[in-house]
Write a protein that binds this ligand. Structure first.
Ligand code: OSB
Ligand code: MG
Length: 366
């Protein structure tokens, strides 16, 4: 691949309303945007979706910045990158740090697709022209007003962040008004071993699935719960690699996997997990990270693959932000989002707005 320059940008976007979970509150969204350009001036974009604090995974924006600037960039010999998969091999000496790696690999995938004159979706074998949208309601959202508003755009699936002990009331409240809505909950690992029977008793609610009930490393507890429940368990934080996915499936720890490119270390790993789940009869869906349109565009390409049969955390730009970093925001129409068909991630980045919201930048040239 022709690779000439790389720019890291820390940006910060205000949120329309705080994103609240049992783990804390997010008032603004800071991420790292990575731009890789070639000698022709083609530009590929990736996003490092780590948070400012390590509540979701161990990485933060600062750790990712350090790993990218001080470890990956000085080590990266671009002569040895013929395709994005080569980057995965070259950086395999670095343990963990999936989000830092995924952001840079994402920028390479976008650039690679642009250099090959195809959309990223097409390059990776996507088969859908549009994907089903899904809404996430944090603890600060009103389940009546917000669901009502989102129903106008046709969102099909509603994922609720919940507090222990209050799940049943919240779900019953929605079901009493909207009996046919597809509802699931995301526990972000809040249940403990002693909550096993309590969790199993939630089976009668008829949820689409329960996401990440127990802590990430515990494949055994998830297996114990799954074998006693009809409600599918979906793993999020637990799956950081293809190996994790293989173990979870072998043990029977889940029936569904949420794939996030950032959590598994990049698109190459995400594709491998997708394929492995498909061969083993497990459906997958695309997770979200309250991301900008750059990560959303990557997600849309991924979600266009055949085994993404369940609506993911795929929402419009205006779900969380007043203004996205794209010239044309991502929109949900009749419950669907179009998969961009232009080259690469297929969206135009609003570079002057990006400059305005950049709080720190770093440039590297080869
Ligand atoms: O667990 O899926 C999660 C947001 C931040 C951190 C973790 C998670 C989430 C979401 C997705 O639930 C929100 C979205 O992008 O719509
Ligand atoms: Mg989750």
């Amino acid at each position: 691949m022709d690779i000439h320059r790389l720019i890291l940008r820390k940006i910060s976007l205000p949120l329309r309303s705080p994103f609240v979970t049992h783990q804390g509150k997010l008032h603004e969204r800071s991420v790292i945007i990575i731009e890789v350009s070639d000698h022709q001036g083609l530009k590929g974009y990736g996003e490092v979706s780590a948070f400012s604090t390590p509540f979701y995974t161990a990485e933060t924006i600062e750790t990712a910045w350090h790993v990218l600037r001080d470890i990956i960039l000085p080590h990266l010999d671009v002569q040895h990158i013929q395709e994005p998969g080569d980057f995965v091999r070259i950086t395999s000496f670095i343990q963990g740090n999936q989000m830092a790696k995924a952001g840079l690999e994402g920028a390479l995938w976008d650039l690679c697709a642009k250099q090959s004159n195809v959309s990223l979706a097409k390059l990776i074998g996507g088969t859908r022209a549009s994907v089903k949208a899904g809404a996430v309601l944090s603890l600060s959202d009103s389940i009546t007003e917000d669901i009502n508003r989102m129903r106008q755009s046709g969102y099909e699936r509603y994922k609720l962040k919940v507090e222990k002990g209050k799940e049943r009331d919240k779900i019953k409240q929605i079901q009493s008004v909207e009996p046919n809505l597809g509802i699931m909950i995301d526990a972000n690992g809040m249940y403990r071993e002693e909550d096993l029977d309590y969790l199993i008793a939630l089976d009668d609610l008829g949820l689409l699935m329960i996401e990440q009930p127990f802590e990430p490393g515990d494949f055994y507890l998830h297996k114990l719960a799954q074998e006693q429940m009809n409600t599918p368990i979906c793993l999020d934080e637990s799956i950081t690699s293809l190996h994790d996915a293989k173990q979870a499936i072998e043990l029977g720890s889940c029936q569904v996997i949420n794939i996030k490119v950032c959590r598994v270390g990049g698109l190459t790993a995400a594709l491998n997990i997708h394929d492995h789940c498909q061969s083993n009869g497990l459906p997958v869906w695309c997770g979200g990270m309250v991301e900008t349109g750059i990560a959303k565009a990557h997600n849309l390409a991924l979600a266009s693959l055949p085994n993404f049969t369940i609506p993911g955390d795929l929402s419009s730009s205006d779900r969380y932000f007043y203004r996205d970093v794209l010239k044309e925001p991502i929109e949900v129409k009749d419950g669907q989002i179009s998969v961009p068909a232009e080259n690469g991630i297929g969206v135009s980045v609003d570079e002057s707005y990006l400059d305005q919201i950049t709080v720190q930048s770093y440039t590297w040239e080869w």
